[in-house]
Write a protein that binds this ligand. Structure first.
Ligand code: GLN
Length: 483
């Protein structure tokens, strides 16, 4: 049961091969058996079974929607009414949201079952899940390696078959990089396509929620639930939601693929480059044409991102003051002591580093030199993409410079960790959609291919992912011990 795709699960539920309660119990059993992966922060056993019973009733009366009765797990950044939402932080270890995120509500309305809340880097700041207050999530392909981050728990849970699908969020690579590290399919949608309401803010102008699944077909079904205008999110885009599954099989004959030459430099591990080249050759066999493009400002993406993301996070995280919600220190002496000790005791080192950098960049004397400059660079990067995507349909390249690294290998050097996102971050600065597709292995660890499209080209990206998955089997590989 646990190896079936969403389409197969939906068919199985309708033909009464199994009930939603049985399906839910299967996944809850797997979550329990593989607890050491540390994929979940909270498992919602009772709630899940209750939702599964309700779904079985809908199925029995023929009122089921496509995802009714299907288990889903949520990244612990999405607020869930009545269930702890920690955002991977000690600060919110005691936080029970008084409302649910729009994304969570949409899955509920679709009749799906929430298995629980997934581990993540603290406030989504990280590339390895190592900044989580709850500890690292282990990569099922090699449990000594990181899962990637920040949506590490989501990627692990999908790869290890602890849930059919999961949600993730991506501010600079957090859906795509863990998807690549764990051998699953992840889509970061166009900024504004999926509501951010109730999705705890890290860097509001970059954050975007999206699906993490085993294949593009499942990601399309998830997008159908997740996408859409939300009046509660002022940056949500009011555009009709297409049928994401309709064009999955469209021909790729004549597809123009751009290869940014700045992606294929010495910085990229030669073994990863070889996997990417093989994947691109596969597309050529399907009738695609290749063109080299240049995006000279890409090299500025990491510094610009770390100024903008830190600035926005320093502002967003100022609400955690020990007064209104979240952690409060013991017996504060006065108000200043309450603020400083609550924040000092509850935020982890990486979060503090970002708040410090961001506050500095936004301070009166440095605003123009850092924040304003970074925003100008951001425009140059967007223009690079605009130019490139006027010449070709999509861009392709790696997701990450290497495969999943060993736990602890990069924790002492933040810059090394920041460089993990060198191929993903620029896409968030431009607000474009991009996808990570399993494209092979190096040293028994998965490698992801990144496909970047124009604004609202999610159907095209899913089509490109799906066609590839019709002729390759990388997405079907299961880590040993999790079959
Ligand atoms: N690793 C990047 C960061 O730490 C991106 C994280 C993300 O996309 N949430 O900011």
């Amino acid at each position: 049961m646990h190896n079936k795709t969403l389409t197969e699960l939906a068919a199985g539920l309708r033909s009464k091969q199994f009930s939603s309660v049985e399906l839910t119990q299967t996944f809850l059993g797997r979550i329990g058996r593989h607890e050491t992966l540390n994929a979940f922060i909270t498992v919602c056993e009772d709630g899940a079974i209750r939702q599964a019973h309700a779904a079985d009733q809908l199925l029995a009366t023929g009122q089921a929607a496509p995802l009714t009765g299907i288990p889903v797990a949520q990244k612990d950044i999405f607020c869930t009414l009545g269930t702890k939402t920690s955002c991977g932080s000690k600060m919110l270890d005691n936080f029970i949201a008084p409302y649910s995120a729009t994304v969570v509500e949409k899955f509920e309305r679709a009749g799906s079952v929430m298995l629980g809340k997934l581990n993540m880097d603290e406030f989504a700041m990280g590339s390895s899940n190592e900044t989580s207050f709850y500890g690292v999530a282990h990569n099922p392909w090699d449990t000594c390696c990181v899962s990637g981050g920040s949506s590490g728990g989501s990627a692990v849970a999908v790869a290890a078959r602890l849930t059919p699908v999961a949600t993730g969020t991506d501010t600079g690579g957090s859906i795509r990089q863990p998807a690549a590290f764990c051998g699953i399919t992840g889509l970061k949608p166009t900024y504004g396509r999926v509501s951010r309401y109730g999705m705890i803010a890290y860097a509001s102008s970059l954050d975007q929620g999206g699906p993490m699944a085993r294949n593009a077909e499942d990601a399309a079904l998830m997008m159908q639930v997740m996408a859409g205008f939300d009046s509660k999110d002022s940056t949500s885009v009011d555009q009709p939601v297409p049928d994401y599954s309709a064009g999955l099989n469209d021909s790729l004959q004549g597809l123009k693929i751009g290869l940014p030459k700045e992606f294929f430099t010495d910085q990229l591990d030669g073994n990863i480059a070889a996997v990417i080249q093989t994947a691109i050759a596969e597309y050529q066999k399907m009738g695609a044409e290749i063109k080299e493009v240049s995006m000279p400002n890409l090299k500025l993406a990491i510094p610009a991102y770390y100024v903008i993301a830190s600035a926005e996070c320093s502002s967003n995280l100022s609400r955690y003051d020990g007064v209104r919600f979240g952690y409060r220190c013991q017996s504060p002496q006065d108000l200043a002591d309450l603020y400083t000790r609550s924040r000092g005791e509850a935020f982890g080192a990486e979060v503090k580093r970002r708040i410090l950098m961001g506050t500095y960049a936004l301070s009166a004397g440095y605003y123009d030199a850092y924040y304003l400059k970074a925003q100008q660079v951001r425009r140059l990067i967007s223009d690079d993409f605009k130019r490139a995507l006027s010449e070709v349909d999509v861009l392709m390249g790696p997701v990450s410079p290497g495969t999943a690294f060993r736990i602890g290998e990069k924790t002492s050097d933040p810059i090394q960790m920041y460089l993990e996102d060198i191929y993903t971050i620029a896409i968030n600065l431009a607000g474009l959609p991009a996808m990570s597709i399993p494209a092979g292995f190096f040293d028994d660890m998965p490698v992801g291919l990144q496909v970047i499209g124009n604004y609202f080209s999610e159907p095209k990206l899913l089509n490109i992912g799906h066609r590839y998955q019709q002729v390759t089997g990388w997405h079907l590989q299961i880590p040993k011990g999790f079959e």
